[in-house]
Write a protein that binds this ligand. Sequence first.
Ligand code: FE2
Ligand code: FE2
Length: 334
Amino acid sequence: MAGPAPAARLDPMPFFVRSSLEPALSAILDALGGARFKLPIEVNNRKVARLYTMAKRDQWNLDDRREHFFPPSREGIDINEWLGVCDEVRLAAARSFSSFYYGEHGAKIISAQLTCMAPTNESAKFLATQTYDEARHVEVFEGILQFIDRIHPMNPFLNAFLADIARTHCLVSKLIGMNLLVEGLALSSFRTILANLKGEVNVSERGYRAIGEPIEMILRDESRHVGFGVVLLPDLMQGLSRRRKAQLRLRQLVWLGLIYGSVKYHQADQEIMGLDYVQLLEDVLSDHERRIQECGGDALVSTERMKGLIPTMDRLVDAVSRREHRAPQVPLPA
Ligand SMILES: [Fe+2]
Ligand SMILES: [Fe+2]
């Protein structure tokens, strides 16, 4: 009687197949891989590590305070009477706050890009918290705008400013654009708006609770984001070539021009609200210059040079605004 059939023997893969697969597999791994998932865990910059610790400690959740800020529904509420303002002021505020909303959206996207480009472990962790902060800031302006009016179309200068920062592949440029310029603009704008709500606009107490208090919470996060740029940039700017510094100056000149256009675009709304847009711009520029000096770098553009461009920028912004008003308005989807 025949014994059990011998176990099927698997022939080893013929050598010529293995040798032809190896380069292909290697090429697939190279094509799919290449990312850097591990950064050295030693802390490179203790100030950045401390900011990350503060960021974890200071996280807040709008859901915990939403009903303290806004009524659950606008139904049955006379919104002007509730806020203590007239229609004209409320709509001017909604148009201006729509730029804050888009600014926070842009900040969320650019912070996410920076998280992937961060040079050290502690800076990557901090930038992950910044991305989350910006997502929460978007949520706050969604809440404010839905309560006071709606989200208006985007300011074209702000669009160009944020899109160009998002587009740049250079870490130093993106960090200057995001953590010094976008964050600096946010800090100055939010401080001005908070003073204005209590001053010229004289919003009701519950109106300030709905708009001012959430912006105060955002302001604390933005201060941390600016601080991060100021402590990390000196490390990155060391040893930049003269040519590279000249490129940075040029890019900032364009971005400062777009900031100017972005603020001046809302001139009519700011006048309705009793805001001085020229003062706001001067604050943005002088704060920027001070922070550049704190970074210990001369790679950036001076306020004096920027002020020289103001008449040209005024003409450009007026021309774009006239074109915008002639163009048919495309409503945003509800
Ligand atoms: Fe923000
Ligand atoms: Fe921010």
